[in-house]
Design a protein around this ligand. Structure first.
Ligand code: BTN
Length: 332
């Protein structure tokens, strides 16, 4: 973290402790060990980032409002994880957080690096679909995972991310989120989030994975209307109120780290029961579009690598590694 960021975090810490009350410039200067003029310059930079800080010639500074942005000042000091999000990159705009994270990963960024953008100009979903990224309404992020994995275990990482997000949505908002294998999170059969995993591999080992996650948070129904394959919703639309994106991101990072640690320390079977319980497809009759063609059958469960086990009319069990669920009985 650069020195300027550290100074901002310390100034904000002091202002937040006295929230709505004034903190004098000389107090801040002596706390941080810089001049009052330097404090004044940093306050200006924080104001430019969207912090509403009032300054009074005699009383000093007071914090009135924090911007609704996923800036490092509001994430890194509070995340409390040991590896996920310790390296954190925030942008106002990127073509795609996955592309940026992929480049960072290829040049050796640490495990757990997180890239977040307020908006994307070329956000991508699976199967070359477009991902609309309404500025500062959703969460558009990518996580770099560098712990080596056999290629056949790569799908598990997407599943673990999906499970972590589902749990957070349930715990924070009491919404009945479910996972539509392999990468969609649904609420009331509408899409609330999607995951796009990409990787670089060496023979049969994954060198790194980039897990891209898009969450619909504060979009209005009209912002979500579009030429989508099936309907989308947002957390705000579901709970009927504004959702704090910072709180959601912090909770997701903590949960994902703990689920991923569990997965690495044991194996996929450690998260399998919860994953099957959170699934929107297990036990249902589904239609799946895959590279091998279209399959219809009952989704039985997952293999120890995260592939889907399906019982069809012809076969007791087939295993599908990559596919798109296009129909679930009784829903879309
Ligand atoms: C899908 O539903 O098909 C996956 C959507 C993944 C979207 C996210 S947004 C952040 C990251 N950057 C991208 O370009 N895509 C992913």
């Amino acid at each position: 973290m650069v020195l300027e960021d550290r100074t901002h975090i310390r100034i904000l810490h002091s202002l937040k402790e006295k929230r709505l009350n004034y903190v004098s410039g000389s107090f801040l200067a002596s706390e941080i060990g810089i001049t009052r003029t330097a404090i004044w310059k940093h306050i200006h930079k924080l104001q430019a980032r969207g912090y509403r800080i009032e300054s009074h010639p005699k009383k000093g500074y007071r914090l009135l409002d924090i911007p609704d942005l996923l800036i490092r000042e509001e994430i890194v000091p509070y995340v409390g994880t040991s590896w996920l999000g310790r390296s954190y990159h925030h942008f106002d705009v990127l073509p795609s957080t996955n592309d940026h994270a992929f480049r960072l990963a290829a040049s050796g960024t640490p495990n757990g690096t997180v890239v977040v953008a307020e908006t994307q100009t070329k956000g991508r979903g699976r199967l070359q679909r477009e991902w609309f990224s309404t500025p500062s309404r959703g969460i558009y992020m990518s996580v770099v995972l560098t712990v080596p994995l056999p290629i056949r275990n790569a799908p598990s990482a997407t599943q673990v991310a999906a499970l972590a997000l589902t749990k957070v949505i349930r715990n924070l908002y009491g919404l009945n989120a479910a996972i539509k294998w392999p990468n969609d999170i649904l609420i009331h059969n509408k899409k609330i989030a999607g995951i796009l995993a990409e990787m670089q591999a060496d023979q049969d080992q994954v060198k790194f994975l980039v897990i891209g996650i898009g969450i619909n948070v504060n979009q209005s129904p009209s912002e979500l209307a579009g030429p989508f394959r099936y309907p989308a919703t947002s957390l705000a639309a579901e709970i009927g109120g504004f959702v704090n994106r910072q709180e959601l991101l912090l909770n997701f990072l903590r949960q994902f780290e703990s689920e991923y640690d569990l997965f690495l320390s044991r194996d996929f079977t450690a998260v399998l029961p919860e994953l099957e319980a959170a699934s929107a497809v297990i036990g249902k009759t589904v239609t799946i579009h895959s590279e091998r063609g279209e399959f219809c059958g009952k989704a039985l469960g997952f293999t120890p690598e995260g592939a889907l086990r399906l019982s069809t009319e012809d076969k007791d069990e087939i295993v599908i590694w990559v596919g798109d669920v296009t129909r679930v009985e009784g829903t879309f």
